[in-house]
Ligand binder design. Structure first.
Ligand SMILES: NC(=O)c1ccc[n+]([C@@H]2O[C@H](COP(=O)([O-])OP(=O)(O)OC[C@H]3O[C@@H](n4cnc5c(N)ncnc54)[C@H](O)[C@@H]3O)[C@@H](O)[C@H]2O)c1
Ligand SMILES: O=C(O)CC[C@@H](O)C(=O)O
Length: 630
């Protein structure tokens, strides 16, 4: 906590509020004016030029007031609007304003008529608000401002602060160059460029510190705050060109996000993962033990896909790193591709297309069959398998399925008790088993021999599931009449060179692992995974985590939350509770979830706590990670 006497000078427009009040006033007064948009643009231009010091502030004010055509009666609705537009992190840290009200001042080029009623609610009385005042005519129209007020003059904030003659360290928090000038003039000790609502290069380039929100300002000053660690300090690295919406979702919540188009090799990732709190990947990036060893800050890995075998889930768990994926977002996309490929293979469409591309008109019905009435064998009757089953029946196919787990048949699908039974009967076999390593070479020479002569094989699951030389041999010998392959034992990075023995074979459709690559799926994943990540970071919830005990709890509005991840050894909860008791903690809720290896406990407290307790909790033997949320 601070031991120096400090005074905090806040700007109003675009700092305490998300907006410029005069812009909002213009929206109100000009709502029926046909030239409204034009005039508002002009007002905004004047505001920016004044804030950035490109024209004198007095001139900017004069021009805006002329354009506004406002009346006294417009001020009440304006205040009402501004109440709804308090900056997010200012709103959530009201406590700071109440506690430090003696040390807080507002110095603004705006107007007391609308600033006073807003900041009063933050315990800043009118006598601590230094701002301009309007001049009205007899009919109540705003015709100007008090020119004698120092704040109406260019760089008036300097003079205003000088006259205040404050003692102690003076810190200025504002979005504009007109706030910085107090620091430049040497009467403020620090200038925090406040960028929660607007980023002004002229201010940020001069700032002692950039504060993307009030949490950051409070953190840097070690002042009490709503969240213990500002979100802008949480670094997120997204790889493999995940959808831009993921970046937008996470940035909007205040995190610092970087997006790379490609995957990274193990060595590259080891370098880049240092200091990263959240890593987002797709199927290509390998999150290995070595990567995790280098990940000094990692809290979460988000797989922006279904598969998670590219991640060492166990090592993540041991390190207290929670992994989320998107188990359903691309299901439909894979199913639609499978349906398309079944039809294309049965009709030899690719062969006909290749011929005509090379100028050959081969109008033939040979090797071209309808799918209606044909038998489709679905191996792996999970999310994809089941949905495919429904769609395939809808186009008249007879569906057979095989799964290692007992699965309920959809529609009229027929369950096979063995893989062999399914292979024996199917005209088309399509693989949708999961990506566990036990499925390595699941379909090889023996299984292909069990398939009908002239059958087709589709693999949209994982590359290692099919033995490629065996498939190539079967296609060359005519045992199989066609195949569609989307996944390969070894896949290159984006635009990387790729060679496969399947290349050039007739009636073979090859695609570069795009089963789940549709705009719809990627957009959906970009919502699903970030929301899981944000939920974990913001509240501690682990629902749907792939490798972690699940807890779902609502956010506590008043109180504090501790998260403790530990090895699940006997007696550890007793130790945690002993520490809590020894610090006389007021525990309002405690929720524990465990699996064989780790325990995850969320502790809610409804009173202030002694910060020493955090050190004591971290020190408990077998603690993996400890975090305070708020
Ligand atoms: N090509 C792509 O772009 C793409 C897109 C999405 C998913 N996938 C892959 O598709 C596969 C299926 O996805 P899902 O969402 O349906 O998964 P899922 O977990 O819902 O279903 C997989 C099913 O396979 C069964 N299974 C596992 N091993 C088996 C075996 N040896 N024999 C029989 N059944 C077995 C499981 O019991 C489960 O029911 C996964 O491997 C996934 O990675 C690929
Ligand atoms: O889009 C990807 O990178 C992977 C798609 C798919 O294999 C998955 O696991 O969801």
């Amino acid at each position: 906590m601070i031991d120096v006497s400090r005074k905090y000078i806040f700007d109003f427009d675009s700092t305490l509020t998300r907006v410029e009040a005069l812009d909002i006033l213009a929206e109100l007064t000009l709502k029926d004016n046909p030239k409204k948009d034009e005039i508002i643009k002009e007002i905004q231009k004047m505001t920016n030029m004044g804030v950035d010091g490109e024209i004198s502030f007095t001139e900017s004010l004069e021009r805006r007031i002329q354009l506004l055509q406002a009346h006294k009666d417009d001020l009440e609705p304006l205040v009402e609007e501004l109440r709804q537009k308090i900056s997010k992190s200012i709103e959530s840290n009201r406590e700071f304003f109440h506690t430090y009200s003696d040390d807080i001042y507002v110095i603004s080029g705006g107007f007391k008529e609308f600033i006073d009623p807003i900041v009063k609610e933050f315990d800043i009385p009118s006598n601590k608000v230094y701002a301009n005042t309007f001049k009205f005519d007899e009919d109540g129209y705003i015709i100007g401002f008090d020119e004698k007020n120092v704040l109406a003059a260019h760089n008036g904030k300097i003079e205003c602060l000088k006259q205040l003659n404050l003692e102690g360290e003076v810190q200025v928090i504002g979005d504009g160059y007109s706030d910085y000038v107090m620091r430049e003039a040497g009467i403020a000790d620090k200038f925090f460029a406040y960028t929660e609502n607007v980023h002004r290069e002229k201010a940020t380039s001069k700032a002692d510190h950039i504060a993307p929100n009030l949490d950051e300002f409070l953190f840097v000053n070690d002042l009490p705050r709503k969240i213990s660690y500002p979100k802008n300090r949480i670094k997120i690295l997204l790889l493999e060109n995940v959808h831009q919406a993921a970046v937008d979702n996470l940035s909007k919540d205040g995190f610092s996000v970087e997006l790379l188009k490609t995957s990274l090799s193990e060595e590259e990732l080891i370098e880049r993962v240092k200091g990263i709190h959240v890593l987002g990947i797709r199927s290509k990036t390998q999150v290995t033990q070595k990567v995790l060893d280098a990940a000094d800050k990692l809290l979460v890995v988000g797989a922006f896909c279904i598969g998670t075998t590219q991640i060492d889930l166990d090592a993540c768990k041991k390190k207290g790193v929670v992994v989320f994926n998107a188990p359903y977002s691309n299901t439909r996309s894979v199913v639609e591709l499978a349906i398309g490929e079944i039809i294309m293979l049965m009709r030899s469409v690719f062969a006909r297309s290749m011929e005509i591309h090379s100028g050959q008109w081969n109008k033939t019905a040979a090797h071209s069959r309808e799918v209606r009435g044909k038998k489709l064998g679905i191996v792996g009757y999970g999310n994809i398998g089941k949905q495919l089953s429904v769609l395939a029946e809808a186009i008249g196919m007879r569906v057979y399925y095989y799964d290692v787990s007992d699965k309920l048949a959809m529609g009229n699908a027929v369950k096979c008790n063995t893989l062999e039974e399914l292979l024996n009967v199917s005209d088309v076999v399509t693989l949708h088993i999961d990506d566990n390593k036990a499925n390595y070479n699941f379909i090889g020479e023996r299984e292909i021999a069990q398939m009908k002569d002239g059958a087709m094989l589709i693999n949209l699951s994982r590359g290692f599931v099919v033995n490629i030389p065996a498939l190539v041999a079967a296609l060359k010998s005519g045992k199989l009449a066609g195949a569609a392959v989307d996944v390969y034992p070894k896949e290159p990075g984006i635009n990387g060179e790729f060679v496969t023995e399947l290349k050039g074979l007739p009636n073979v459709i090859l695609t570069p692992h795009v089963g789940g690559s549709t705009e719809e799926a990627q957009r959906d994943i970009a919502d699903f995974v970030p929301h899981k990540i944000m939920d974990y970071i913001n509240t501690g919830n682990t629902v749907d985590a792939v490798n972690f005990p699940n807890i779902r709890l609502p956010k506590q509005e008043k109180g504090h939350r501790f998260l403790h991840i530990h090895r699940n050894v006997p007696g550890i909860m007793a130790k945690i509770n002993k520490v809590l008791a020894s610090y006389e903690m007021n525990v309002s809720g405690q929720y524990l979830s465990t699996d064989n290896e780790v325990g995850y406990v969320i502790i809610d407290l409804d009173k202030k706590y002694n910060k020493e307790v955090m050190k004591a909790l971290k020190k408990i033997e077998n603690t993996i990670k400890f975090r305070v949320l708020y």
